[in-house]
Design a protein around this ligand. Structure first.
Ligand SMILES: NC(=O)c1ccc[n+]([C@@H]2O[C@H](COP(=O)([O-])OP(=O)(O)OC[C@H]3O[C@@H](n4cnc5c(N)ncnc54)[C@H](OP(=O)(O)O)[C@@H]3O)[C@@H](O)[C@H]2O)c1
Length: 297
């Protein structure tokens, strides 16, 4: 009899994400087991407890999903899981903390497509400003820098954690420029030379308004991932997907949360499905999310 498809969802947080549970069931997992408050140091035991209960070379029957909020913690967990495999006893593992890896992957892929279509430019050397250094912002900064963009991570709160950003960039052997923009005048300075502006700020907060956009005379594309009103950038509506938005100097292309969200959804769904069908064990993180996202942008 075919083994039932089990997904162990592990998180350092108090609960696994209902969004991720729904995505896993819709992808085809039959049994979902949530494990909360899991420490990085416990991950190897979790993996080895799972791999030896099922025949060797049956990676598709058992999966592990790593959630939580912290991109560094999730990356440590993914590394620990990978090291814990005892071939041919293996499971597939997918890390997507706070949905950040798949969201950032979708965001970068959609921006690249928009730049190519409307400005005939690659991301290479584009001056890209990312507003908000949460999980999505940090993941976007890494992917865009890897794609050759000239990235500046713009921190929005006085308490912003530069250590986490530094640590995450170092994992990819990158240095990412960052600055703080707490006042309107700081944002105007940031926008002045930007070619692409991305808001990855907390949901339901407008972080950039029309006055700032009116100073952004080099702007080609603005994108926002926040689907909760008000949107993060004034004039960038959730349904936008390459729409024109006017500013005092002309217009720019606009990408809203649903434009990004459609690609994020397809990316995550396909990555879960690939775990269910691959005969080999898969280790899926930020890089794999980007490779998948470009197929759906
Ligand atoms: N469209 C999609 O498919 C999708 C999927 C997942 C997430 N999202 C959205 O992506 C966005 C980012 O999510 P996230 O998980 O990375 O992080 P988050 O916890 O929502 O916060 C992101 C950043 O927002 C800034 N921030 C926090 N409080 C603020 C305030 N009061 N005023 C201004 N800025 C504030 C901070 O930036 P600093 O650290 O720089 O100070 C924080 O790190 C959210 O809007 C979320 O809803 C969208």
């Amino acid at each position: 009899m075919a083994k039932r498809k089990i997904l162990h969802m592990i998180t350092p947080s108090d609960n696994v994400s209902p969004f991720d549970v729904n995505m896993a069931v819709d992808a085809g997992y039959e049994v979902i087991v949530p494990h909360s408050a899991v420490a990085v140091s416990s991950v190897a035991d979790f993996v080895q407890d799972a791999i030896f209960s099922r025949p060797p070379k049956s990676a598709s029957a058992t999966g592990m999903f790593i959630g939580g909020y912290d991109v560094n913690q999730a990356s440590d967990m993914l590394d620990a899981a990978k090291k814990a495999m005892v071939p041919p006893f293996e499971v597939s593992v997918f890390a997507d903390p706070n949905g950040a890896f798949t969201t950032a992957a979708a965001l970068v892929a959609v921006i690249e497509k928009c730049l190519k279509k409307h400005a005939a430019k690659p991301l290479q050397d584009i001056r890209l400003r990312i507003l908000g250094g949460g999980p999505v912002g940090l993941s976007t900064a890494v992917l865009a820098t890897q794609r050759g963009a000239s990235v500046c991570l713009v921190r929005l709160t006085p308490r912003a954690d530069d250590g986490a950003a530094l640590e995450f960039a170092e994992r990819y052997e990158l240095t990412i420029e960052s600055l703080r923009a707490l006042e309107q005048s700081d944002k105007i300075n940031v926008a002045a030379d930007a070619e692409v502006i991305v808001s990855t700020a907390k949901a339901g907060i407008e972080v950039l308004n029309q006055e700032v956009l009116d100073h952004a005379s080099n702007l080609l594309v603005a994108a926002d991932v926040n689907a909760v009103p008000p949107t993060g950038i004034e004039g960038v509506e959730v349904t936008h997907n390459g729409n024109d938005v006017a500013a005092s100097w002309g217009s720019f292309k606009s990408i809203g949360a649903l434009g990004v969200g459609r690609v994020k959804y397809q990316t995550q769904a396909q990555m879960l499905k690939s775990m269910l069908t691959s005969e080999d064990s898969l280790v899926l993180g930020l890089a794999e999310a980007y490779s998948e996202a470009v197929r759906h942008a």
